[in-house]
Design a protein around this ligand. Sequence first.
Ligand code: NDP
Length: 477
Amino acid sequence: MADRNSRVTVVILGASGDLTQRKLGPAFFNLLDSGALPDLCSFIGVARSDYSDDRFRNYLRKGVGEVKNSSWEAFAARVSYFRGSSTDATAMKIMDAQISARCSEGQADNRVYHLALKPSLYRDTLTALAESGSLDESSGTRRVVIEKPFGTDYKSARELNSLVHSLLSEDQVFRIDHYLGKDTVQNILVFRFANTIFEPVWNRNYIDHVQISALEDLGVEGRGAFYDGAGVLRDMVQSHLMHLMALVAMEPPVSSAADALRNEKSKVLSAVRQIDSKSAIDNSVRGQYEGYLDEPGVEAGSPTATFGAIRLFIDNWRWQGVPFILRSGKALNRKTTEIAIEFQRPPQSLFGVTSDLMPNRLNISIQPDEGVHIRFVNKTPGSGNRLAAESLNFHFPSGVIRDAYERLLLDAIEGDATHFNRDDEIEFSWKIIDPFIESWIERNQPALHKYEVGSSGPPAAEKLLGNGRTWMLTDDI
Ligand code: NDP
């Protein structure tokens, strides 16, 4: 936490946009309202729209919703608006001078720049900030939060990283993926490394396979133009799902320090088997919901996949031969994000065929259910050897979970990068996804399955699991 003689200014670049209104405004409001922020903390919104301070505050208020007037006024008093382009070094210099002028002699002038902009503006914005002297740390810290997506493939992510490194040191950079701020995601580490009973079986000797699913019941909901250029691999798999996989598969870190954790995530991502775009065809299934082509903003005849499943293998001692299946889709029959781990069947069938059919399962639910579920087999009371699957369930109490953005924005203000992506993690995850993108987009393979809205997606995806395995969701436990 900043000391009392320092000022923290959060500069939101792209302040008239959707992310600012829906996520950043409410998160900063709640942080201030709950007393989590330093006393001298203020917020400046930057965009080209002709807003006054008050109009910008009203814009934020719509996102925050119903709150006590006194709480709102305390927040609004710290909010101002700067009209200008984030890619204009002259404008950024004027703003830099205005922020500096708020600081008294000897007071640390710490800043966080949040790039809530279209990714195509990242490069020119970072350059303008650097040219204007805004990133100079002689009067205080300068941290930069960069929204996802970071790049559109391995090459573009590398290029962006190299620009970032020419202007900033890695510890000034906070590549945000709000999934990593969720309590349920952070709990994966606690579950694995604050308990001793799971670690001995957390490997290829006991685990049959791992499924990571992020299923949505809604379609593109008016974001057709954005989504059509991205598709499910870029929108969900490269970012959210890949990082869930890294948390499940990584080795124990040597400490809880940001780099200790990120070293292990990076290491396991680097061990994912590299395949070429031809093998990517056999290791993936893609689909598109019926009616997608009629969504506003979607190009006529677009081949963009709204459902995707990919199969990955991790070539290390712990995971050799264990399939990791990552799937995500829109307009499906349910909304859930969860990790399902299936353990191997018992080596001998003592109780008849049924026990063979029920291997132990562990489901870690991320959202909307927030909890952990373990399936095990029990004897059914009564005579004979009738068996039944039961489960042990844990749910986070409702109302105690802090919004992921709140948690991450506070971390960025405090300089804790533990739950942000490091340069190498991002590059490895694109390297894994690139062959799939190449086969789907450039080779137009595998076949694009049409699936009904409200269905469970293309049936072909289940075949990817292999060996007669089926999807395992908490509801099915
Ligand atoms: P929007 O298009 O809604 O907002 C971007 C804002 O940037 C616009 O309001 C625009 O306002 C402003 N802008 C454009 N050019 C400039 C410029 N040169 N200088 C200053 N401001 C400029 O996008 P989103 O808010 O949806 O997304 C922003 C970023 O966050 C993207 O990278 C997106 O991928 C990411 N993101 C968004 C999420 C969401 O839920 N929306 C979720 C996760 C990530 P004006 O015309 O007034 O300048």
